[in-house]
Design a protein around this ligand. Structure first.
Ligand SMILES: [Fe+2]
Length: 170
């Protein structure tokens, strides 16, 4: 058996049937897996700030960030399962997340509350814009179901941006 045949056979059980075509599976899965890595990374950063925030607005910021972290986490499963519905493989480890994520970690010992809010606002804005790019990929392949899910996730990201923007106003 050729090496490529063995690989095909090993992958075959993971190829959920879809009539969108192999190229659609490849392109949309790639876009969604990148978004998934970003969602996990941003979830981690939002929790990091939720845990480490301090100062006079502690209660507000602490609770807001927990709410936003919950929403980010709740999005991860539908993203991964959408990839599987399309027959693509999705993420398998924290290591893979760290290789794919486009959201920068912030491991600083101390971040001011204002900087936390501003950084998360920018990250969520960038996430919304990457979701729009993924939506274009879905449109190109006529994948209306993924596109429609992405529209909801964009709205949620924009809501997070709105709250972070208003919270961070001087
Ligand atoms: Fe908590």
């Amino acid at each position: 058996m050729k090496k490529s045949d063995a690989k095909t056979r090993r992958m075959a059980p993971l190829q959920t049937p879809t009539d969108l075509g192999a190229q659609a599976t490849k392109d949309i899965s790639a876009a969604l897996n990148l978004l998934l890595a970003d969602l996990f990374a941003l979830y981690g950063k939002t929790k990091n700030f939720h845990w480490h925030v301090s100062g006079p607005h502690f209660r507000d910021y602490h609770l807001l960030l927990d709410e936003q972290a919950d929403q980010l986490y709740a999005t991860t499963d539908p993203v991964a399962e959408r990839v599987r519905k399309l027959g693509g493989p999705t993420l398998r480890s924290i290591g893979q997340i760290s290789r794919l994520q486009r959201v920068a970690d912030n491991d600083a010992d101390y971040v001011t509350p204002g900087d936390m809010i501003a950084e998360l606002r920018e990250d969520n804005q960038a996430l919304a814009s990457r979701m729009r790019q993924a939506h274009v990929v879905c449109d190109e392949h006529g994948d209306v179901a993924t596109a429609s899910l992405i529209e909801v996730w964009i709205d949620e990201a924009e809501r997070r941006v709105w709250f972070l923007y208003e919270t961070g106003r001087k």
